[in-house]
Design a protein around this ligand. Structure first.
Ligand code: SAM
Ligand code: SF4
Length: 334
C-alpha cells in the first residue's frame, strides 16, 4: 500500500503536531476553566485505549512527529500509562516527541514511568504558589501534591515547563515571584491570557489580563531580550537576564499567532478540531468505528486539512458576553 500523504492544509501549513485529549475529567475545578458542577461525558463516548493508540498511529503515519497528551487531566485516566507506553514505542519510528500537559497532582506517582516510556518533557499548569489561593482558584487544596509532583518530575529527569494563566485580581501581583521561582527551579515558564471557552460561574472579563501590561511591568524590573527559541507554537519567548531563564508569552487575544500554526487537536471523543478558536470539526470516532477504519481515517484527515481555518476570531471585550465557543478548554486540552 502506498503511504498516505503528509498533512498540509489549504494555506500550505504543514501539520506535524497533535494535541490529543485522553479524558475530559479532572480532579481540579480551575475557576476559569470549568464550573464546580461540571458535566462530564459518559464513558462510552470516550475513545478506548485501543482507539487512541490506533488514532495516534494513524496520525504518525501521516507525518505527525509530535504528540502531546492532555485533557481534562490526563493522569486521572486509569489506563493512561498503557497508552503512553503504546505511543512511546513509536518514538524514533516516525514520532520525535511524546509529551504531556498535566496539573501535576498525580505526577509524583507517574514521573518515573513516564520517563521510562520515552517522555522527556512535561508542561505543568500552575497559577499560584500560595496554598490558599490555589485552593480558591482550583477549588481543591492540592498545591502540596502539585509541588511533590514537580519535585518527582525533576528527580526523574523530566524537563518541566510551567504554564501560568495570568488573571487580573487573582495572581497578577504574584507573577514576578512565579517567574523567579520557576527559573530558580530550572523550569521554563509561559504566561497565558485567559480565553473565552465554555461557560464558567464568573465573567472572565473580570480577570482578563492582557499580557502586554504584564510584559511592561516585568520589563521595568528585569531585562527581557527576545529569544530565537521557537516551538512552532503560539508563544513568543524572551530570555530574562537576571533570572537566567526563559519566559514565553501566549497572547491569543492581543496578538494573533495563526500564520505559523502547525497543530490540530482531538478531543477524548475523537472529534478533531482544526482550530482551538473555531468549530470546524471532523468526527474521527465515526471513522475508527466504521467497517474500514484505516481508509476512513485517511479520508477524515484529508477533510480536516480542507476545513482548517486561516485564523481564530475569538475576543474578550464585552461584559456579559457569551463565551466565543461553547466547549471548555478541558475538551480540547488547550
Ligand atoms: N488539566 C491539565 C492542565 O491543567 O494542565 C491539562 C488540560 S488544561 C485544559 C490545559 C491548559 O489550559 C492549562 O494550562 C490551563 O491553565 C489552560 N486553560 C484552561 N482553560 C483556559 C481558558 N479558558 N483560557 C486559557 N487557558 C485555559
Ligand atoms: Fe482541570 Fe486543567 Fe481545567 Fe484546571 S485547567 S480544571 S487542571 S483541566
Amino acid at each position: 500500500m502506498t503511504r498516505p500523504a503528509p498533512l498540509v492544509d489549504q494555506f500550505q501549513r504543514r501539520i506535524s503536531y497533535l494535541r490529543l485529549s485522553v479524558t475530559d475529567r479532572c480532579d481540579l475545578r480551575c475557576a476559569y476553566c470549568m464550573p464546580e458542577r461540571m458535566t462530564f461525558l459518559p464513558r462510552k463516548d470516550v475513545l478506548s485505549l485501543e482507539e487512541l493508540r490506533d488514532l495516534a498511529n494513524g496520525f504518525i503515519d501521516r507525518g505527525i512527529t509530535k504528540i502531546r497528551l492532555t485533557g481534562g487531566e490526563p493522569l486521572v485516566r486509569r489506563d493512561m500509562m498503557d497508552l503512553v507506553r503504546a505511543i512511546g514505542r513509536r518514538i524514533g519510528d516516525g514520532l520525535d516527541e511524546l509529551t504531556l500537559t498535566t496539573n501535576a497532582t498525580r505526577l509524583a506517582q507517574f514521573a518515573v514511568d513516564l520517563h521510562d516510556a520515552g517522555v522527556r518533557r512535561v508542561n505543568v499548569s500552575l497559577d499560584t504558589l500560595d496554598r490558599e489561593r490555589f485552593a480558591r482558584l482550583s477549588r481543591r487544596d492540592s498545591l502540596p501534591h502539585v509541588l511533590g509532583g514537580l519535585a518527582a518530575a525533576k528527580a526523574a529527569g523530566l524537563k518541566v515547563k510551567i504554564n501560568t494563566v495570568a488573571l487580573r485580581g487573582i495572581n497578577e501581583d504574584e507573577i514576578p515571584r512565579i517567574v523567579e521561582w520557576a527559573h530558580g527551579e530550572g523550569f521554563d515558564l509561559t504566561l497565558i491570557e485567559v480565553m473565552p471557552l465554555g461557560e464558567v460561574e464568573g465573567d472572565r472579563i473580570d480577570h482578563y489580563l492582557p499580557l502586554v501590561a504584564v510584559q511592561e511591568r516585568l520589563e521595568s524590573r528585569w531585562t527581557l531580550t527576545p529569544s530565537d527559541h521557537r516551538t512552532g507554537g503560539p508563544a513568543r519567548y524572551f530570555d530574562v537576564a537576571e533570572t537566567g531563564g526563559r519566559l514565553g508569552l501566549i497572547t491569543p487575544l492581543t496578538n494573533n499567532f495563526c500564520a505559523g500554526c502547525n497543530r490540530i487537536r482531538v478531543t477524548a471523543t475523537g472529534q478533531l478540531y482544526a482550530c482551538l478558536g473555531g468549530n470546524e470539526r471532523v468526527d474521527l470516532r465515526a471513522a475508527l468505528r466504521s467497517c474500514d477504519p484505516e481508509g476512513e481515517l485517511v479520508r477524515a484527515l484529508d477533510t480536516a486539512m480542507r476545513i482548517k481555518p486561516e485564523r481564530h476570531h475569538f475576543a474578550i471585550d464585552e461584559r456579559g458576553q457569551a463565551p466565543a465557543l461553547a466547549r471548555h478548554m478541558s475538551m480540547t486540552g488547550g
